[in-house]
Design a protein around this ligand. Structure first.
Ligand SMILES: Cc1cc2nc3c(=O)[nH]c(=O)nc-3n(C[C@H](O)[C@H](O)[C@H](O)COP(=O)(O)O)c2cc1C
Length: 369
């Protein structure tokens, strides 16, 4: 059994391996989580929820709290502008069937920070302590925090944040190796992650699992994260968009692109899960468009296909285009032949942000009330 295949336990919860799918707003819904779980993700999370939206019993937010019976383990993530609101939200989430609860202290979306949530907390260190303390008092379930290195390069605060989080009794700590101001414009700083994780371990009052995040796009980048930061586990984000095979790749510790047949099976299954979850509706199709656009990256002649799948109005249309496309190519065609293609998808240093392929109304409702 290799490093990533080994189980780990935090706060009494055992996770079967060390490869986690991040909470991804607009993306990590039931259909996508199930696909990632089937391809090896040991732990997945619901999209980030707003404590304010929970307070107001926002329907869309409550709908996001659903768990599919086939999901083996599931975490939830919440963010809020004040410890009391986070505490209230955690008490509510504690009544639902989630295995673990994460507090987001890293989101850099402008409207989230403007409301004092996400990485807005990083300029108020006392609020970090108070928020973890309040959340800890509100749940016995495994509790974690996900954050960034600081507000900016001139205000790196990760070691201080790490100590505050660890002292207040978090069971797991994830560091995304960028500052809030960097967005995706700089490569993930693995030395910064290493320092943050080490500070958390040193200050921990109970056993603490450390997780590295940022620019994990394939097996070599995951290996570098493990070797250079000493993390216990990795959390995959953009690397899973259109490429859920990354979980299998990491568990097998080798670059392993799907064959055309495997690719087709998974894309068609994702379309089925989408229809089962959202119904045979236009909304299901609109929310699926981005996934199909991500799936077809790295294949030949995907421009023509993109021009069609980017506008589907029903899931069935998506199935038809994918089947037609599959029929065009020899079965032994591999996706992403040549690592350079994987590199060019998202970076490092690429300014490309997957949100450009997301729908403004349907996919980007983070922290709405
Ligand atoms: C579409 C999208 C949605 C995201 N939503 C969340 C979220 O809900 N919660 C969270 O903690 N991070 C969220 N993130 C940030 C990622 O989890 C991750 O920290 C960041 O993308 C860096 O990792 P990467 O370079 O491997 O993508 C999101 C990122 C993207 C691209």
């Amino acid at each position: 059994m290799n490093f990533f295949q080994e189980p780990f336990t935090f706060g009494g919860l055992t996770i079967p391996n060390r490869v986690i799918l991040a909470p991804l707003a607009g993306v990590s819904d039931i259909p996508f989580r199930r696909i990632c779980q089937e391809l090896g993700a040991g732990l997945t999370y619901v999209e980030m929820l707003s404590a304010m939206a929970i307070h107001h019993k926002n329907k869309r937010t409550l709908d996001m709290c659903a768990r599919h019976p086939a999901e083996p383990v599931l975490g939830v993530q919440v963010t809020g502008p004040a410890p009391e609101l986070v505490e209230q939200a955690v008490r509510f989430l504690n009544t639902l069937p989630f295995d673990t609860i994460d507090i987001n202290m890293g989101c850099s979306v402008r409207k989230v920070i403007a409301g004092g949530a996400g990485s807005g907390i990083l300029s108020e260190p006392e609020r970090i302590t108070a928020t973890v303390r309040a959340a800890r008092a509100a749940t016995d379930r495994p509790l974690s925090v996900k954050t960034r290195l600081g507000v900016s390069r001139r205000a790196i605060s990760i070691e201080d944040t790490a100590r505050r989080v660890a002292r207040e009794g978090a069971d797991l700590f994830t560091v995304h190796g960028r500052t809030r101001d960097e967005k995706y414009g700089a490569p993930a700083d693995r030395e910064g992650i290493r320092r943050g994780l080490a500070a958390a371990r040193a200050a921990a009052t109970r056993s603490l699992i450390t997780v590295g995040n940022g620019d994990l796009l394939d097996w070599p980048s995951v290996r570098a994260m493990r070797d250079e930061t000493g993390c216990d586990a990795v959390m995959i984000s953009r690397g899973a968009l259109g490429n859920p095979w990354i979980f299998r790749e990491v568990l097998e510790e080798r670059i392993a692109h799907p064959t055309l047949e495997e690719w087709g099976d998974v894309v068609l299954r994702h379309l089925d899960y989408q229809e089962a979850h959202y119904g045979d509706t236009e909304l299901a199709a609109i929310m699926m468009r981005k996934h199909v656009l991500w799936y077809i990256k790295g294949f030949p002649c995907n421009k023509e296909l993109g021009a069609k799948v980017g506008y589907i109005k029903r899931i069935e249309e998506g199935r038809r285009y994918i089947r037609e496309y599959l029929a065009q190519w020899p079965g032994d065609l591999l996706r992403f032949e040549g690592a350079h293609k994987t590199e060019s998808r998202f970076g490092p240093n690429s300014k490309y942000d997957p949100k450009y392929e997301m729908d403004r109304v349907h996919d980007r409702a983070v922290a709405e009330e």
